[in-house]
Design a protein around this ligand. Structure first.
Ligand code: PNS
Length: 162
């Protein structure tokens, strides 16, 4: 059986925390699809095509990881891609309420889809895309927090700010 897992998110931008989760998850499945979408509650810094390109540049070559985008409901997209597995990362307790609500709503929308949570690695448990954007915007260093391609893109976005 070809087990495909979907890792959905806004990824605005993709961080080393996301990358760590991807690399630790892909070993468990035949294929992992990183699925980029627009969270209606957030105003993105990078467009969906920009975010996808940055993720692609950050992945190891020749891996069984692909990057796609989707609109509409996550459970509908997962079903269309022939997957019943959604992966989400959990950093701190503060993530729990939001993630539980999303997992339970998704289960209600489609009981066939299972959400699997992976604990983030300790060194990235404090890391969020929002914090990374703020640091970059205020002229701080994001070295070690994001892949090199993302670091360059952030510097380019905020080059006139400092
Ligand atoms: O990285 P994020 O912003 O925490 O990811 C949240 C995301 C994009 C996974 C979530 O907002 C989502 O699944 N959006 C698609 C629309 C949907 O299915 N909404 C119902 C889920 S409660």
């Amino acid at each position: 059986m070809n087990k495909i897992a979907i890792y959905p998110g806004t990824f605005d931008p993709f961080t080393n925390g996301h990358l760590d989760l991807v690399l630790r998850s892909v070993r468990l499945f035949d294929r992992l699809i990183i699925a980029v979408t627009t969270n209606v509650k957030k105003t993105p810094l990078f467009s969906v095509p920009e975010r996808m390109a940055l993720i692609e540049k950050s992945l190891p070559a020749g891996s069984n990881i692909s990057v796609e985008s989707f609109g509409g409901l996550l459970v509908d997209y997962a079903e269309k891609r022939g997957s019943i597995i959604v992966i989400r990362g959990l950093r701190a307790v503060s993530d729990f309420e939001y993630e539980m609500q999303m997992a339970l709503l998704n289960r209600r929308l489609n009981p066939n889809i299972e959400t699997i949570f992976k604990m983030s690695s300790e060194e990235y448990s404090f890391l969020t895309s929002t914090a990374v954007k703020e640091i970059a915007q205020l002229g701080g260093s994001v070295e070690g927090l994001v892949p090199p391609a993302v670091k360059s893109a952030l510097m380019e976005k905020f080059k006139n700010n400092t």
